[in-house]
Design a protein around this ligand. Structure first.
Ligand SMILES: C[S@@+](CC[C@H](N)C(=O)[O-])C[C@H]1O[C@@H](n2cnc3c(N)ncnc32)[C@H](O)[C@@H]1O
Ligand code: SF4
Ligand code: SF4
Length: 391
């Protein structure tokens, strides 16, 4: 991803001090056009809680002053916000590398083109399977696979030749453990990168949500990796999948996750244990909710000053903020969110830092696939949507 001199200086400063919030996430809306099986965000969608454009413009300027280099706009589904394109432009105009995280379903070329015309050249699209039937089952909407992949091919053409980094977001679950290497090859054929995120689910139907973010995930036993498998079979399935990903990463396939993150994901899926290194929430990155509430990361809310409060920047640099932040991050059980944890790996491990730097320097969108080429990757052979056997 192309950075200007200010961007490189901020990243270098963050590497040395780990005290510059180079990455921010703005969940512009909780509304969504899909009801994916593992996700519950769409249940909280409410147009009235969302910010208007002048407030978003203020937010963008404030982020710039705080040192943010890269901003991801997610949700919910960001395109459910009628003025997403104009909102994205506010961040681009403030000089932030701006990325849109979308499901790509029902978006259409016109809105994608507008984003690109406004200066957005990075997109992620969620895709969890090469079997259209399986993916439509996950999204609970027929035709989702076709629409998501069509959006990918449109984006590929629109950002061709730029330094953008379009990538697939793939949630690793019981449903797709055997598909991961093929998903990497598909991403490469499209001229895209791919990022893998282990699924997070509630443990039981009546499981109380443990934190604010917990409201957003659901109880879906058929998607958990240990469904119907004996312990050893589960370990073998996970090992097989991640051995292949780690090998492909070494071979130079376009896998966005760092090697330490992939190792940590494997361990998490096998044991439920999160990375032990701790994290840099609230320092290297932060999150802003649809209503403008600041949080150190996706999981906690309402403990800090509102992001649009005129005193926020002062607050962010005060000892009181640091005390609260340390308490929150220190008492957290951990998480596997790649956008947060991989940032920490990038700044804490030499391996993570060099891999990310190499990707930043070499990434360039070349030879995007056409829809005709892309759709040939769709699999229509008869398999169970939910794998019945172990392995
Ligand atoms: C919440 S969505 C928001 C952006 C957009 N609507 C999309 O689907 O790409 C961001 C990512 O979270 C993933 N996700 C949703 N529920 C999840 C869960 N329970 N565990 C892990 N990832 C999940 C989605 O698949 C998606 O890649
Ligand atoms: S994962 Fe994204 S597309 Fe699916 S319901 Fe959640 S917010 Fe919507
Ligand atoms: S580990 Fe905890 S504090 Fe850190 S990003 Fe994850 S949920 Fe937030």
């Amino acid at each position: 991803m192309k950075l200007d001199v200010r961007g490189y200086a901020r990243v270098a400063q963050a590497f040395v001090t780990r005290k510059v919030p180079v990455y921010a996430h703005y969940g512009i809306t909780h509304r969504c056009n899909l009801t994916c099986k593992m996700c519950g965000i769409w249940r909280y969608g409410n147009r009235k809680e969302e910010l208007e454009l002048p407030q978003i413009e203020q937010m963008a300027q404030k982020m710039k002053r705080l040192g943010v280099v890269q901003l991801s706009i997610g949700g919910g589904e960001p395109f459910a916000c009628e003025y997403l394109e104009e909102a994205a432009k506010c961040f681009v105009d403030a000089g932030l590398q701006t990325r849109v995280l979308t499901n790509g379903v029902g978006v259409g070329e016109e809105r994608l083109r507008k984003c690109v015309d406004y200066g957005v050249n990075s997109f992620s699209i969620s895709l969890d399977s090469l079997y259209p039937a399986r993916f439509d089952y996950i999204c609970e909407k027929e035709g989702s696979w076709i629409e998501a992949v069509k959006s990918m091919t449109i984006i590929g053409q629109l950002v061709k030749g730029s330094n953008g980094l379009p990538s697939i977001n793939c949630v690793v679950s019981n449903l797709n453990l055997e598909e991961l290497p093929e998903m990497v090859k598909f991403a490469a054929a499209l001229g895209w990168h791919i990022s893998f995120l282990p699924i997070e689910l509630l443990a039981g139907p009546k499981d109380g949500v443990r934190n604010w973010e917990g409201r957003f995930v659901r109880y879906r036993p058929e998607m958990g990796v240990n469904v119907n498998d004996s312990a050893q079979m589960v370990q073998d399935r996970i090992d097989r999948a991640y051995e292949q990903l780690l090998r492909m990463k070494k071979e130079g396939w376009p896998i966005l996750n760092s090697t330490p993150y992939l190792e940590a994901s494997r361990l998490y899926l096998k044991t439920g244990r999160f990375p032990a290194e701790g994290c840099d929430a609230g320092r290297l990155y932060f999150s802003v909710s649809p209503n403008g509430q600041f949080a150190i990361c996706h999981r906690t809310e309402h403990q800090h000053m509102h992001f649009l409060d005129p005193k926020f920047e002062e607050y962010f640099h005060q000892a009181e903020y640091e005390r609260k932040r340390l308490l929150e991050a220190g008492s957290c059980e951990g998480c596997m969110r790649a956008c947060w944890i991989d940032n920490s790996f990038m700044f804490r491990t030499i391996e993570g830092f060099f891999e990310a730097s190499r990707m930043a320097v070499t990434s360039r969108v070349r030879d995007p696939a056409s829809w005709d080429e892309a759709q040939r990757w769709a699999k229509y052979d008869q398999v169970d949507i939910v794998p019945q056997q172990a392995g």
